[in-house]
Ligand binder design. Sequence first.
Ligand SMILES: Cc1cc2nc3c(=O)[nH]c(=O)nc-3n(C[C@H](O)[C@H](O)[C@H](O)COP(=O)(O)OP(=O)(O)OC[C@H]3O[C@@H](n4cnc5c(N)ncnc54)[C@H](O)[C@@H]3O)c2cc1C
Length: 518
Amino acid sequence: MVKELQLRVSIREEKKEGILEIKAASFLGIDKKEINAVKILRKSIDARKKLIMFNYKVAVYIKELPPESSDYKFDYKDVSSAKEVHIVGFGPAGMYAALRCIELGYKPIVLERGKDVQNRRRDLKAINQDHFVNEDSNYCFGEGGAGTYSDGKLYTRSLKRGDVRRIFENLVYHGATDQILIDAHPHIGTNKLPKVVTNIRETILKYGGEVHFETKVIDFVISDNKIKAVHLNNGSEEAVNAVILATGHSARDIYELLHNKKITLKAKSFAMGVRVEHPQQIIDSIQYHCQDERNELLPAAAYSLVHQVKDRGVYSFCMCPGGFIVPAATANGEVVVNGMSPSKRNNEFANSGIVVEIDIEKDIPKYNDFGVLKGLEFQKDLEKLAFNAGGRSQVAPAQRLTDFVDGKLSNDLNSTSYQPGLKSAPLHSLLPKIIGGRLRKGFAAFGEKMNGFFTEQANVIGVESRTSSPVNIPRKENLAHPDVEGLYPCGEGGGYAGGIISAAMDGERCAEAAIENL
Ligand SMILES: Cc1cc2nc3c(=O)[nH]c(=O)nc-3n(C[C@H](O)[C@H](O)[C@H](O)COP(=O)(O)OP(=O)(O)OC[C@H]3O[C@@H](n4cnc5c(N)ncnc54)[C@H](O)[C@@H]3O)c2cc1C
């Protein structure tokens, strides 16, 4: 017999060996010896009160053994001589589109402008140390896409859009810890992600798919409203049956190319702001009600904040406990910040994007001349502004949080995890009012919601501008572009995902659609 239960375990009890069996037996009124196994289905932390509790959802196996393997099987076929599907971009959307093609018996040919994870590292070092951005290989471009050097947070709100569990199980199949199957807020960590990504590439190659790095798509050949071929940066033309366009939201050249070819695009609302960085200990002490270090059983604390200011949401985005702020620009002449964390989340800083919703119809009338690309142009200008304010390198403009809200230039700054360094700048007056004004009010409100958050020990760092795509590449019900048969806009770049998991699910969906319509 199998019984599913919810159990609560205090932080003191957590260390006790066999505590779940003891609690389950007591709850069910049976002898502990009758229990063969207790399998954890879900684990979360309840830190609302001073006495912190762990909430467990468990399956208790009574006089019965748990199954040895997962219900999920990945049936990869030899596709070396199968019909081809081209996939542009090898981020989460492209990777999962390729894997799904193989399961369905089709051969994925992946074209990726960046380098494999190993070689990509050198370019990341160059951004951090020499302030040089390789425009095809950086924190956004390269094997694994923008998700490789990230926090690897895996939660998604897109539960209705596909089988989230299937993606999690597949990540475990490719080497991620099975802890992600039970944690309420699972994450993999930037030190572990490259191996998972490499394993995915190896599966694709093993079953006969192809992955081509440093291979950028620079043009599409379209005739009779159908995609026929793609032009590559090496000068070759590649004939195609179908193209899954999974180029992410930083591939501005792709939006520009589609726009120049008069392929329909739409402007889309998005969000922009700054990253805020606190000592992790401050966030721990607020969230876990402790004076000094957090209990060793507790992970670095996270937060999620939202406040409405003048009809727009101001909210925390991609919070990275125990993490680092990284330079995520994709071109020289711009500064973009983002966050990542190692699997242990054991760095001394907590950072998070704090962003403001931009209503594309109302908020940036000055950019209307750019038509559907107006959000993109606004984003570019903000990134250039950050570049100039930081001193025309990857040094980022920053201000103490309290000075930002009070409208004062900071005399000095707190230490930071951001490797290229910070320069004091009056972000409160540099940022457009629709963003800066709302952020200042939002931060003050966050200080009231989380006592201790509003502190001079935190820095505000600019700019967090790549939260989601400012452009939507439309698609029909069969997921193909309305103007171009055989072209499948996919993932975050199309405007159909907002993170690793939703991009992966969209990749699978686009592969299924492309194959069905072949
Ligand atoms: C630093 C950082 C941290 C993040 N942390 C998290 C997190 O913790 N959790 C989370 O869910 N999300 C996180 N994100 C966001 C997440 O990475 C993205 O939502 C996700 O990667 C989008 O997947 P995608 O496949 O749609 O696009 P991308 O991952 O952007 O991949 C697109 C790929 O296409 C390639 N490409 C672009 N143009 C071309 C071309 N012309 N020809 C060939 N290839 C091309 C690019 O090189 C890139 O590899 C983070 C992002 C960054 C930058």
